[in-house]
Ligand binder design. Sequence first.
Ligand code: PYC
Length: 332
Amino acid sequence: MQKGTFYCIDAHTCGNPVRLVTSGHPSLVGNTMSERRQDFLTHHDWIRQSLMFEPRGHDMMSGAFLYPPINIENDAAILFIETSGCLPMCGHGTIGTITAGLEAGLIQPKTPGKLNIEVPAGDIVVDYHMANKKVEWVKIYNIASYLAHQNIRLEVPGLGELFVDVAYGGNFYIIVEPQNNFPGIEHWQAEDVLRFSPLVRDLVNQQVDCIHPEDSSVSGASHLLWTGTPKDKSADAANAVFYGDKAIDRSPCGTGTSARMAQLFAKGQLTVGQEFIHESFIGSQFVGCVEQVCQLGEYTAIMPSIKGWAKVFGSNCITVDTDDPYHAGFQV
Ligand code: PYC
């Protein structure tokens, strides 16, 4: 039995995949994209699993659906899908979705060069530049980001004592800076990130609560951001961002960069208007900036921006048919 047929545009943002699904959208219930995200997870999650997990996807697979905006003043809404679920916000996913959506004519901007976009984490503004029908860059003015916890002490099996911070940039990030038992990401291999990240994540979630002050459906430290010295001297810092069960972001990670800037700002190491060039695990870069300061509940937060690029490299039509024993996808 045919469960669904999904046309997709495949792209990558600075090396990390973005599969923009252009047909087969389930209609979603809810007054906000956050409520619609919950509705998707409750009633339609098989679509995410079939399109993101093996054999149709892989550990790093990440994608999105474009929807009409709930508020007609806005240009579009995005629902993110990836191996670990539906993220409240995804920076590389937004850059890829906007690039693919504009190039394919799926987004009609009310004002050329500027878009107002609804995502589950809130409303964001996007600037972009297009030349010869190609999007050259996308700049996201992201949601309010803040440092949630500082200096949490952990005892990590196989590693020892570790001190970490937790900051929010659209997802909650555990940020690990170089210290006694972590020499910096430039001295680690991918295997180290994959081995220790799930252990650190479990320990942090046992020790502290991470709940968004305005949306309790956004909770739990889900991502890790291991920091270090960049390979390229033009960058300010390097990272390896771990997400899902086995993924290291190939892009510098938009929500991770937002969380990192919020952490550095709160510690007096970044100021308003200052650029922050973030290098990914494979050496690609995003340019971040602390745009302004705001209040989010009890927290002093920042409004960050992230600028990057994406390339569309193909399209496909994926069928999900129950005569395939692996139609629901699997993870190993
Ligand atoms: O760019 O925000 C991001 C992101 C989240 C997970 C992978 N990339």
